[in-house]
Ligand binder design. Structure first.
Ligand SMILES: Cc1cc2nc3c(=O)[nH]c(=O)nc-3n(C[C@H](O)[C@H](O)[C@H](O)COP(=O)(O)OP(=O)(O)OC[C@H]3O[C@@H](n4cnc5c(N)ncnc54)[C@H](O)[C@@H]3O)c2cc1C
Length: 428
């Protein structure tokens, strides 16, 4: 019997984790990645405990993750005046059986790449190969249409195709030709990282300001034992009128600190100097906050979408990368149950497309930063004691509601069985 072969479009966080999952469950795959040479691009991302659990099940250890990031200890919202609005512990400290990790996206991505090569061999990831479309064939196969970096085209045929090609997915564009253009709601992010001393717990995520004008700051490396300095990831963000759409060229470009630092003049506290933090960065990127309207299905016969190709979402809940990792495991479990067949994709799609689309829409509404909206509405951001503005019970209930929808509910996660049982394989 011919061995099934799964084709994967895109070798980002989702595509490479999918390759590791397929290898674990005994299915051969090949990843087509458009860039010619992978480089450690991007700044900070968070992996929530539900995703870290899946990485541990993939035999990626805490030591591995500690080399590309560090466990997050706290998530805190702070008002313009520097006073606390809300804080909670994260990961193991919060009662999860698994930590939350704050990581350097590029270093984590490179780690996954080397892990795929180590476990599956060099041929699994084909660089410089862009998937431009696909064809479901009458004989029960699927063909990926490929364009090589030198402009030559090719056709690769397999049993199934997974579109893990990110927010600008070509696979999704063919599956849903009528989809509206990228959605931008008015928020502009400037991202970067600076070597500086971590504040608060030493590994705190801090959301400072208001929903429409804020800084997000968190370390993504352990501190250097000699200097005490860590890589601090920051996102400076303002929301502007978006009625005329995004006028700049491109969705991700390098900018000068002077282009945006004036928005944060005077953001100086006894525990944090925002302008100094921004000035200390080696490089900064402008990146409008974008997502896409949810689609009714992620599946077209032998083709399915995962990660940002399926559900690009605002990073307000820190769950884009986590959801990509979790998707790969849910798909793996479905392949174990239904075999390397379109039925596996259909079951995955029917179960998760609706609920995850809700998370996309909920993140548009501010996600967990919605608490900052409430503070704004009730006191214009001016308060001495947050209990006078939003009682502690209301703050906790708000956060619990968000976490339940996003799949972060502690007891539910701790008590659920592994997505893929140890040693489980696809029967071929
Ligand atoms: C260069 C880069 C930098 C990023 N930086 C950050 C960051 O700093 N912070 C953050 O929160 N998120 C960042 N992200 C987004 C974040 O990685 C994703 O939201 C999340 O990890 C979901 O992963 P994904 O695999 O679905 O998508 P991605 O990680 O975006 O991966 C998609 C992959 O597919 C490749 N690709 C695209 N089109 C094709 C095609 N047609 N054929 C073949 N390959 C294709 C891309 O080159 C990319 O490697 C970044 C993404 C990229 C690509």
């Amino acid at each position: 019997m011919i061995q099934p072969l799964v084709l994967i479009a895109g070798g980002g966080i989702g595509g490479l984790t999918m390759a590791l999952t397929l290898h674990q469950i005994g299915v051969k795959c090949v990843v087509f990645e458009s860039v010619r040479k992978l480089a450690p691009l991007g700044v900070g991302i968070n992996l929530q405990p539900n995703a870290v659990r899946e990485l541990y099940d993939l035999e990626i250890s805490a030591d591995d993750l500690d080399r590309v990031g560090l466990p997050a200890k706290e998530w805190a919202l702070v008002g313009f005046n520097g006073n606390d609005i809300y804080s909670e512990q994260r990961g193991i400290l919060a009662g999860y059986n698994w930590p939350q990790y704050a990581l350097h996206r590029g270093h984590f991505h490179m780690f996954l790449y080397h892990e795929v090569l180590k476990r599956t061999g060099k041929g699994t990831v084909q660089l410089g190969q862009t998937v431009t479309g696909y064809q479901n064939n009458a004989n029960g196969t699927v063909t990926a249409l490929i364009e090589h970096a030198d402009g030559k085209t090719a056709r690769e045929t397999g049993t199934l195709l997974i579109g893990a090609d990110g927010i600008h997915s070509a696979v999704r564009a063919q599956m849903h030709p009528e989809q509206p253009p990228i959605h931008w709601g008015g928020a502009i992010m400037w991202r970067g990282s600076t070597l500086a001393k971590p504040t608060r717990t030493g590994s705190s995520f801090i959301g400072l300001g208001s929903h429409r004008h804020r800084m997000v700051i968190y370390p993504i490396s352990h501190p250097d034992p000699t200097t005490g300095l860590a890589t601090i990831n920051w996102i400076a963000e303002v929301t502007v009128d978006s009625s005329e759409g995004w006028k700049e060229s491109g969705w991700f470009k390098q900018v000068e600190i002077d282009d945006f630092i004036h928005h944060f003049d005077g953001w100086t506290y006894d525990w944090l100097d925002v302008p100094a933090l921004l000035r200390g960065a080696q490089v900064a990127y402008e990146n409008p906050m974008i997502d896409r309207d949810p689609i009714p299905t992620w599946q077209d016969d032998r083709v399915v979408l995962l990660g940002d190709a399926a559900h690009p979402m605002y990073p307000t809940g820190s769950n884009g990368a986590s959801q990509a990792v979790v998707d790969t495991r849910l798909l793996g479990a479905s392949l174990i149950e239904h075999g390397v067949t379109p039925k596996a994709f259909q079951a995955f799609d029917q179960k998760f497309c609706g609920p995850i689309s809700e998370v996309v829409l909920r993140n548009r509404g501010a996600g967990p930063f919605g608490l900052l909206n409430l503070v704004d509405e009730r006191c214009g951001g001016e308060f001495d004691n947050i209990d006078d503005v939003i009682p502690a019970k209301e703050r906790s209930e708000f956060m619990a509601g968000y976490k339940a929808t996003a799949g972060f509910a502690i007891e539910k996660l701790n008590n659920s069985p592994s997505t893929i049982q140890h040693g489980a394989k696809v029967v071929i």
